[in-house]
Design a protein around this ligand. Structure first.
Ligand code: TTP
Ligand code: MG
Ligand code: MG
Length: 405
């Protein structure tokens, strides 16, 4: 079948606005002072299968038996946000240029994506989670940690709760979600990947030691390709290899991260499930295929971004908290400037004024424009009712579309 380019259903949404932070800060940094959470916790990590693509397949049954990718156009430097499992068999994967995906899989059906719809499904999934616990830490639109240690349903069995959650998602929302069940976040997250798609895997406290021993080092939070390559060079390939290193050795080689490696390689992860994070800003940005040549074009282009930003502000229910607007301008030589303005109105005219000031700082063609608002901390008026004992983690949303039109 011929490849087809489906039309976007959400106007003005640049494709890479769909790219979301799948590794938020909470997973990158150890807690400064983690409480002693003991070994008796029951954590579920749930993550939808090929999320954006599954939603599109659900809504258009003609896609069911076809390789599908959600993302930008191959001829406009678009990239793959995700693809279904059939497309993965051709080697297509997230973040790959769409042009390459199409070369690998000539029958690929490309769907542009609809962020508003994914957010709504995400909200529905959260509602299902909330039938079991309030201790839910969303990591991205399609995944979350749930602390079900105190839940009494299913005789307290986290494995059965995960099964019930997955059944509810399948029956009510018509997409599939996989789950990992373990005594901590680190292992639950790895376990949710173990039986994907549409599967679940439990690591009991007794099994933690054996499960972690065989894990390759790159499975550990914080071990990216550079650190992994360094470890491989030093002959460290699995957690068993890491365990043979003393804490001193590890801190000498990896600094503060050494302690984390020491613990993770033994299956120790005391990070609590943090239910509420406070968003500090909402923004959209766009890198243009061709640089915007002058100030007038920048001002003109701001209109589309402005409308997109309004949608995001509403989606995050953030209008009442706006206290600053800002503009980011990246010039053709990659120098970048940000200009901001206090005030809670943030009209198009405000942004145009900021673009004017920002543009004058460089006076050259512009490759990227971003518009955003900074948000005040929710005040004592009750918006913080859910927020209890820990410091809020900041979260900002920045949609970028570096590679697309
Ligand atoms: P993931 O959960 O990482 O991936 P997935 O749900 O598509 O597939 P899997 O079955 O392996 O979990 O990401 C969730 C969504 O986030 C994904 O559907 C699209 C979006 N996303 C991007 O836009 N860009 C990216 O680079 C990645 C990894 C995801
Ligand atoms: Mg997923
Ligand atoms: Mg995910």
């Amino acid at each position: 079948m011929a490849r087809s380019q489906r039309q976007p259903t959400e106007s003005n949404t640049c494709y890479r606005d769909c790219v979301i932070d799948v590794n938020p800060p909470s997973d990158k940094q150890p807690d400064p002072d983690p409480p002693d959470l003991g070994a008796g916790r029951k954590i579920i990590h749930a993550d939808c299968d090929s999320f954006f693509a599954s939603v599109e397949m659900r809504d258009d049954p003609s896609l069911k038996d076809l390789p599908v990718a959600v993302g930008g156009s191959p001829d406009k430097r678009g990239v793959v946000a995700t693809c279904n499992y059939m497309a993965r068999r051709y080697g297509v994967h997230s973040a790959m240029p769409m042009s390459r995906a199409v070369r690998l899989c000539p029958n690929l059906v490309i769907v542009r994506g609809n962020m508003a719809k994914y957010k709504e499904v995400s909200r529905q999934i959260s509602e299902i989670f909330s039938r079991y616990t309030d201790l839910i830490e969303p990591l991205s639109l399609d995944e979350a940690f749930l602390d079900v240690s105190e839940c009494l349903q299913h005789n307290g069995s986290a494995t059965l709760m995960a099964q019930a959650i997955r059944r509810a998602v399948r029956e009510e929302l018509h997409i599939t979600i996989s789950a990992g069940i373990a005594p901590n976040k680190f292992i639950a997250k790895i376990a949710s990947d173990w039986k994907k798609p549409d599967g679940q895997f439990t690591v009991t406290p007794d099994e933690v030691d054996g499960f972690v021993a065989q894990l390759p080092v790159e499975k550990l939070f914080g071990v990216g390709s550079v650190t992994a390559a360094r470890m491989h060079k030093a002959g460290l390939r699995t957690c068993t290899d890491l365990r043979a290193q003393s804490l001193n050795d590890l801190t000498r080689s990896y600094g503060k991260f050494g302690l984390r490696l020491y613990e993770l390689s033994r299956g120790i992860d005391n990070r609590p499930v943090r239910p509420h994070r406070i968003r500090k800003s909402v923004s959209v940005e766009r890198t243009y295929e061709k640089d915007l040549p002058d100030l007038a074009t920048c001002i003109h282009s701001a209109k589309v971004l402005f409308e997109d930003l309004q949608g995001r502000i509403d989606a995050n229910n953030a209008r009442a908290r706006i206290d600053q607007c800002f503009v980011k301008v990246r010039f053709s030589d990659f120098t970048t400037t940000t200009v901001s303005n206090m005030g809670n109105k943030c009209t198009l005219a405000d942004f145009e004024g900021l673009i004017h000031s920002g543009w004058q700082r460089g006076g050259q063609p512009v490759r990227l424009l971003g518009l955003g608002v900074r948000l005040a901390h929710p005040d004592a008026a009750g918006q913080l009712a859910l927020f209890t004992d820990s410091e809020p983690e900041s979260e900002s949303e920045s949609g970028s579309n570096d590679a697309s039109s």
